[in-house]
Design a protein around this ligand. Structure first.
Ligand code: CA
Length: 571
């Protein structure tokens, strides 16, 4: 979804800023570059301001402190110092006058008022008003600012930073997943769509070895499906795969989803002044190369212990517990911005051979992007019911040619996003906690003004608009329900389920939790890790109750598998 690019741009700004190439211009990374640079600037300057307030030190020291926290790899620190030295002196001077970050960013021209557009403020304006404050700030600023902006160029023009820029730009251009999945689909590396996303390959050199395969010759010689079960039991000469897995209805988990399904998360400690230390940025590279997603903890395919709050519980882990032959057979084909509109691209990058592989349980979960966009006329940008029908049916038809017989597809409805405004609008955003000066309501308006609101329909103070958005979401959910009832396919059976936000909230209340804890603190939009694992619990229990055949029977040999193969080679 949009915030990933926005916050990537925050990082890009942090990393890039300006260089001294004469007459250069900021390279356009996507069509929202200038707005995102403005957002990045306001966030960054707010953090710097709060750091200096908190530690009672100068802004210069704080800028340098922030840079020193960044990893040294890819010259991140070096670039940060470069930014600090380009813009630092002006930011420092303006902050000394106690100006707010949004005023500072307009004054140093990282925020620009477009013709016919309003100026966008995050903080409540001072008594003189926002526009007067900006004018005064511009006068206070030195000529150095103009020189910087006039001669600015993207940092990527520096040859020593090509690698970093290439990765960041590929993520920004939204191309990374598909490009990288066209080739070898399973990987021995974690990020860049590696085994955090799909089960780890156990023999990278052999194209016929990968998770989800039906065992070749009962894996007597080698582990062709990477589930950690192979070889022959010397006692009776029977291959273990045959003995432990044959007839156990072993199957894989495939998630076709959006950023919520990929567990989108921006670490709040990155922008919470009181929590910033060298430690909080130590995972920056991993986060970037995973597109700000954490599929390794996700409710669909998570398998590592969560480091982003809550705990880990996933559909994959539950299916593995039910049948250890399913080990490593997971694929999280989710993508920030995923919706019925780009479902086709997602389906194309799914890896399943009708001929060689086991059946799979495929979940379609696009809970918001068909009604969420940041366009001026947001309603016009929403998917229409007939479009939804055609997008989904076309992709299901294609799935029927990919999935092995005996597979299952479950369509999940859209979320009721009015939950977001209702539970967050008057709470303080992580950036506003120190001085009690930024609520989510303010953040949403600021994002709308900059045209980077990930969901203008729901993240809005306009109650009528929120209602219209929910109505459309419900209409689209009923299209999905209708498809599940009407359509029949050769290789899979088809089901529909609501996105059970109310049940998740109830479940959380019984555990002593509150609604706001179910929403990501930085973007105020995505479900948190806690919401995702509770969704998995609700989802699993419903399937177990209504359609247990989807999950297959429990494997009676699970204990023997554990005794012989221990952790089955881990994940
Ligand atoms: Ca095997």
């Amino acid at each position: 979804m949009a915030p990933s690019f926005t916050f990537l741009l925050f990082i890009v700004l942090l990393l890039s800023g300006t260089s001294s190439v004469p007459n250069g211009r900021l390279k356009m990374l996507n069509d929202k570059t200038s707005e995102s640079v403005c957002l990045g600037c306001v966030i960054l300057v707010s953090v710097i301001e709060q750091l200096s307030q908190l530690y009672n030190s100068t802004v210069t020291e704080q800028l340098e402190r922030l840079c020193s926290y960044l990893p040294e790899k890819w010259k991140l620190q070096q670039v940060c110092f470069l930014v600090a030295h380009s813009f630092g002196p002006d930011i420092i001077k303006l902050l000394e006058y106690k100006l707010k970050a949004d005023v500072v960013c307009y004054a140093i021209k990282l925020c620009k008022q477009e013709a016919g557009q309003p100026v966008c403020h995050l903080y409540h304006p001072s008594e003189v008003g926002f526009e007067v404050a900006i004018k005064e700030a511009e006068e206070m600023a030195t000529t150095r600012i103009l020189k910087n902006v006039g001669g600015s160029s993207h940092i990527c023009s520096l040859p020593q930073l090509e690698n970093l820029c290439e990765i960041v730009q590929r993520i920004l251009k939204n191309k990374l997943p598909f490009e990288d999945l066209d080739g070898d689909k399973f990987s021995i590396f974690p990020t860049l769509r590696g085994y955090h996303w799909r089960g780890r390959d156990c023999d990278d050199g052999m194209a016929s070895v990968y998770p989800g395969r039906r065992p070749d010759d009962w894996d007597a010689e080698q582990d062709s499906n990477c589930n950690g079960i192979w070889g022959i039991d010397e006692k009776d000469g029977i291959p273990y795969e045959q003995k432990f897995c044959n007839g156990t209805e072993s199957k894989g988990v495939i998630q076709l989803g959006d950023s919520a399904a990929a567990q989108f998360h921006i670490p709040p400690e990155w922008l919470t002044a009181s929590q910033i230390s060298w430690k909080v940025y130590s995972n920056l590279l991993e986060v970037l190369t995973n597109e700000f997603d954490w599929p390794q903890f996700s409710g669909a395919t998570g398998f590592l212990n969560s480091t982003i709050g809550g705990w880990t519980d996933s559909f994959y882990l539950r299916l593995l517990e039910r049948n250890r032959c399913n080990h490593r057979d997971y694929q999280n084909i989710s993508k920030n911005g995923g919706s019925s509109k780009n479902l086709w691209d997602l389906v194309k990058s799914l890896a399943r051979s009708q001929k060689f592989d086991k059946p799979a349980i495929v979940t379609y979960a696009m809970i918001g992007n068909d009604v969420c966009n940041g366009k001026a006329d947001t309603v016009a940008g929403m998917t229409l019911p007939e479009q939804m029908h055609s997008n989904v049916v076309k992709s299901l038809h294609h799935l029927d040619s990919l999935l092995p017989k005996g597979s299952h597809v479950i369509l999940i409805g859209l979320a009721h996003g009015t939950f977001l405004w209702n539970n967050l609008h008057d709470r303080y955003h992580p950036l506003g906690q120190l001085n009690k000066d930024i609520t989510y309501g303010q953040l949403y308006s600021f994002l709308s003004c900059l045209k980077v609101n990930p969901c203008k329909g729901w993240l809005s103070s306009n109650a009528t608009l929120r209602k219209i958005t929910t109505e459309r979401a419900m209409q689209l959910s009923s299209v999905l329900r209708g498809i599940a009832e009407a359509e029949k396919y050769t290789n899979f059976d088809l089901f529909y389920m609501d996105y059970a936000l109310e049940e998740i909230a109830e479940e959380w209340h019984t555990m002593g939790g509150e609604n706001w804890q179910l929403i990501e603190p930085v973007d105020g939009f995505h479900p948190t890790q806690i919401a995702s694992v509770l969704m998995t619990k609700v989802f699993w229990e419903k399937i177990l109750h209504k359609w247990p055949h989807i999950l297959g029977k429990g494997n009676p040999h699970n204990n023997q598998i554990a005794a012989v193969f221990k952790d089955q080679g881990g994940h």
